[in-house]
Design a protein. Sequence first.
Length: 468
Amino acid sequence: MSSIDFIFSSESISNSYYERQDEKNILLLPFLFDAWNDLNLKVVNLSGKNVLTFEINKKISIEEFKKAVKKPLPEFFNCESIKIHTSNGTFKIVAPRYFLDSKSPSNKINIEKIDNINSKFFSIELFGYGSNRFNALMSQEAISEFYSENSIIKYSSNQIKLNINYFSKNFIIEFKNIDKELANKENLETKKIIDGDMEISFKFWNNKDATLNEKELIFLSNNFKIDISKNTYFQEIEKKINKFFISNIPQTDRFFSYKIIFKSNNLNLDEKFKIVNNSDFLDKVNSISDNLENYLETLDTAKIIENAEIYSLELQAYKLNMRKDNLRSSKKVYINNDLIFRVPENEQETVLLFIKLSTLKKIPIFNVNVLEYSTSEGIDAIADVQLDESSPIEKDCLIEFEPTFSQFKSHKHPPKHVDYVICWKVEDHWKKNLKKISNWLYSFNLENFSKTIKVVEISKFENLEIKL
């Protein structure tokens, strides 16, 4: 019996496993090994236990295996046992989950040879992998999406084929290489540079459809796609890149896309497969940041900006025309054949209609003086209200505006924090639960709290006419 030595201890690996919290990460296991282009992955359930088998079209010795897993995927240990078929025999790791859960200072795990059968292709079987939740997480769509978003398949120079047998369902996953995928993009500008041991590939293009906008920085290292989304140093690089595409026309950024692909195999990764920001790495990043302008000066960014501006203006014009069409087809509020406003469809339109009617003195309330309005502070407005000449002024009333009373109820505002609900329409089924004071005014009392809330229905104000 021999052992596998890991760079990290059981405790470090365990902490990383629980931080990552994604059992699907085990799908990246084959990428610990170089120079293969065909994977057979089989997932079955035997006696309530998940069994995962990975086979790649490459011969690997047990020593090559040990070297590859020195920096292991934390999810590798989340199973009851592991069987490894190599070019110099079959080996078994017993109780890897115990190694994961022990959280000990040890960085070794025993491996036992069980036969001398030489395997043409390397394969590894994980028995009792994951939890019952793993089955719920996995599907053909989920597996395809995971490999697309988290693996190097699209960035490999070799065409990689994944043959999946997932609970008796067979399917094949293949992705276009990123260069082929982007080849027909509009105004595609590319450049590849070498900065020390770092290769950087810049790809910029226009996307006429704003929903297809892509902006992504990608880091590849030793067959792994490294998550740099929260790395502040790369966030600063991204800010610098975006400055090359500044425009005075709003929303232009929605119509230019880019992928910046960084590649370096000389990178220090921690046990969570995140970049260690040591001095060498920071020197590399600072060098890239300092030289960005030189890297991009030969690219025709002006043409990309020009087209992005055109597409932005076209979209804004389209939206304005849609608003006009919507307005023409909507019902409107008139007084004596004078157009006042459209029938409100949202809170802001309800506020505008009410304020306009109040300014024209076309509301039955004697006086409403709105003192403050804020949609971000819970209740919409604070106002002084005097219902009629014989009523005292109610100071600092808390007012909520909604197009319908149903929306007030669904938004679950604390009734204790409301004095008036002003809405365009009170639905009939709600009126059954309200006390009618007048044709346009209702009220209701709170249970277990001495308070009356008044409800104003704008659509019932006198002299209002609704028509197209």
